[in-house]
Each structure stands twice: as structure tokens, then as C-alpha cells.
Write a protein that binds this ligand. Structure first.
Ligand code: ATP
Ligand code: SF4
Ligand code: MG
Length: 331
């Protein structure tokens, strides 16, 4: 499968009162055409900053530095804001956690859906409306023709998120980045919306980058998983490999926090990862996970930790699982 998105050595820095916050620290990842890549990791580890950096939507004060950022053969790193806005919402779209981030309260749903298409394609208003109705039906909204005349505030949160998905699909994108698209919704609605998103991804053969905290969701929908910690991708691999043989101690810890069908016994207590994510302000020396890692050794706090590789499964740790021993049992 060829790549639709290739990101090499991406950094995002933000000036804050205490110095410079290095939110994304030199990450590399690839999204292949038609696949679902899930990005997981604790709050504050840089997932949203990564997606905003790819979309060219970072806060004004943030600085992006990237060695290579290619989408569908186009070098995004060299585009002007105007050129970037021709691609955004067109071949590449984003779905946010809060639909009102993208929906304008002053315009009807119909206006906003139609405008998403007419901005990028030479179609008539009638054709744009027909596509809007087609997509509202696809996202499970009944009486789609009537809904076009409604304003965002007249819809429930779940319906608004369905409209957001329709909006993202208007120009038939090759890539959608969905940043925690269901977190703001009721639990029962969350599952429906996620199921919808994944079934549309398959039907339209789009690539989907899904950012989520929910490893249960990841296990069900992802082809591949990237695990982020403190601004770095610490492990990336296929879902099957990563769940069967986590290579990074942080991934191991995350997997201990959720029940895994067929592996976790009914009476087994779930684990947690002790400690806190380190400050992202300033330079980091050695492994970013060292202050929480049960296998930490002196070498982990020294130089940079390069990626280890095993059967196409990459991880940022000095040791393989076989070579690691809990700190308290080392002599
Ligand atoms: N506008 C901002 N100004 C300063 N720092 C910010 C800003 N937005 C995010 N950050 C910081 O950047 C780091 C990465 O944040 P980011 O929002 O990417 O995390 P995340 O992984 O998406 O977390 P969550 O799971 O909570 O959404 C965090 O330390 C966060 O506090
Ligand atoms: S490099 Fe060391 S501290 Fe970092 S994850 Fe590996 S064993 Fe733990
Ligand atoms: Mg986020």
C-alpha cells in the first residue's frame, strides 16, 4: 500500500511563561492509502499538536519545524497559507472533538455543507445541495432535505457530529484526521458515531488517522497504531503485533490498564502507570519515559534513545523486552 501522508522529523514548539514548550519532538510516521492509523497516548503527549501541525492549523504562536511533510505527493511544508487552504477540507479533512469548532452558528447546515464543496469544486449550488443530502443520508440523518435548513444549535451533539463527518466528506477526501471525535458525546452515541466513521472510511476507501484514548476502540478499528508519549512516538506497529507483543514499556503499561479479550482473566485487577508525564519545557536528555519506567537503567538517562526495530515494528527503547529487568531485581 503506498503512502498518502509521510511525516519526517516533525517538531512543534510553543512559547510559554516558563520557557519553550516542546510539544512534538521529532516524530516520524506514515499513513498508507485506505488504512486506519490510531494515535494513542495520555493527555498532553502531543497528539492534537501533531494533527494540527499536519493540517497547518497550529495556534499562531506555535512554531512548526519539519524535515519532510508530504501528502499525496505534495510537499506541504513549502505551501503558503492560501495553498494550504486549497487542500484542507478538500483532499484532506479534519474532524474535531467539538463540532462547533468547525460549524458556524450563523449559517444553516445546508449552506455550510454546500460551501465546503463549491469552495473547491466547479459545481452548481444544486449539485452541492444534492451531495449534501446524499451525505447526510450516508451519516444516518433522516429527513436530510429538512435538516439543510436548520442551524447547528437546533441539532443534538450526536447529530452535529454526524454533520461534521458529512462536512469532512463533501470533497471526497483521501485522508481524514479525527481528533477524539466522540469524546464530548454520551457513551452510547460515541459507539454509534465511531462505527459510522469507520464504516464510511471503508466504503469510501479513505485513510483515517484516529486520535483516541480508548485502546478498546483501537483494537477494533486500527490497522496500525502509533503510541505517543511526551511528544515522541515511542512505538508504532500493526495492531495485531502491538497488542500481541508490545515492545515499549509505556505501551506495556497502557495495555495493562485495559481488559484484553482472551488474555485478561475476569478476576484480574487492571493496572495503572505510576507517576506523571514529564514537563515538556526545554530540552530532554535520555529517554522521556525514564522517570516512570520500571526497567530504567543509568544508560536510559544519558544519550538519545534511537528506534529499535523488530519485524517492521518500531519502538524507542534501549532494550528488547527480553533484555529488560525490573529495576528492583537488578543487582
Ligand atoms: N495553545 C497552547 N499553548 C501552550 N501550550 C499548549 C497549547 N495547546 C497545547 N499545549 C501543550 O502542548 C502539549 C501537547 O498538547 P496536545 O494538545 O497536543 O496534547 P494531546 O495529546 O492532544 O492531549 P489530550 O489527549 O488531552 O487532547 C501539552 O503540554 C499542552 O499543555
Ligand atoms: S530506554 Fe530505559 S527508561 Fe526508556 S523505556 Fe526503555 S528501559 Fe525504560
Ligand atoms: Mg488532544
Amino acid at each position: 500500500m503506498s503512502a498518502i501522508l509521510e511525516v519526517r522529523d516533525l517538531h512543534v514548539r510553543l512559547p510559554v511563561a516558563a520557557g519553550e514548550l516542546h510539544a512534538v519532538r521529532g516524530i516520524d510516521f506514515t499513513v498508507r492509502r485506505g488504512e486506519t492509523l490510531c494515535i494513542v497516548g495520555e493527555s498532553g503527549c502531543g497528539k492534537s499538536m501533531t494533527s494540527l501541525a499536519v493540517m497547518g492549523l497550529l495556534p499562531r504562536r506555535a512554531k512548526r519545524q519539519v524535515a519532510s511533510l508530504r501528502f499525496d505527493g505534495i510537499d506541504l511544508s513549502s505551501l503558503s497559507e492560501r495553498q494550504m487552504s486549497d487542500i484542507r477540507g478538500n483532499r484532506m479533512a479534519m474532524i474535531f472533538q467539538e463540532p462547533m469548532t468547525s460549524l458556524n452558528p450563523a449559517y444553516t447546515i445546508g449552506n455550510q455543507l454546500a460551501e465546503a464543496l463549491t469552495r473547491h469544486r466547479p459545481v452548481s449550488g444544486r449539485e452541492a445541495e444534492q451531495r449534501a443530502v446524499f451525505l447526510l443520508e450516508k451519516v444516518g440523518i433522516t429527513s436530510a432535505g429538512d435538516r439543510l435548513r436548520q442551524y447547528p444549535h437546533q441539532l443534538s451533539g450526536g447529530l452535529r457530529q454526524r454533520v461534521m463527518i458529512a462536512l469532512a466528506l463533501m470533497c471526497d477526501p483521501a485522508l481524514i484526521i479525527a481528533d477524539e471525535p466522540t469524546t464530548a458525546l454520551d457513551v452510547t452515541i460515541q459507539a454509534q458515531i465511531l462505527h459510522l466513521l469507520v464504516s464510511l472510511q471503508r466504503e469510501f476507501n479513505m485513510a483515517l488517522v484516529l486520535i483516541t484514548h480508548d485502546l478498546g476502540v483501537v483494537a477494533r478499528v486500527a490497522n496500525r497504531v502509533a503510541v505517543m508519549y511526551a511528544g515522541e512516538i515511542v512505538e508504532v506497529g500493526t495492531t495485531a503485533e502491538l497488542f500481541a507483543r508490545p515492545m515499549h514499556p509505556y505501551t506495556e503499561g497502557l495495555l495493562r490498564c485495559i481488559p484484553i479479550p482472551g488474555r485478561t482473566r475476569r478476576d484480574e485487577p487492571l493496572g495503572s502507570i505510576a507517576g506523571l508525564v514529564p514537563s515538556l519545557i526545554g530540552q530532554q536528555h535520555g529517554c522521556g519515559f525514564a522517570n516512570r519506567c520500571e526497567y530504567v537503567q543509568d544508560a536510559c538517562r544519558e544519550g538519545s534513545v534511537l528506534l529499535g526495530m523488530e519485524a517492521g515494528h518500531a519502538y524507542r527503547c534501549l532494550f528488547t523486552p527480553e533484555a529488560r529487568r525490573p529495576a528492583e531485581v537488578r543487582s
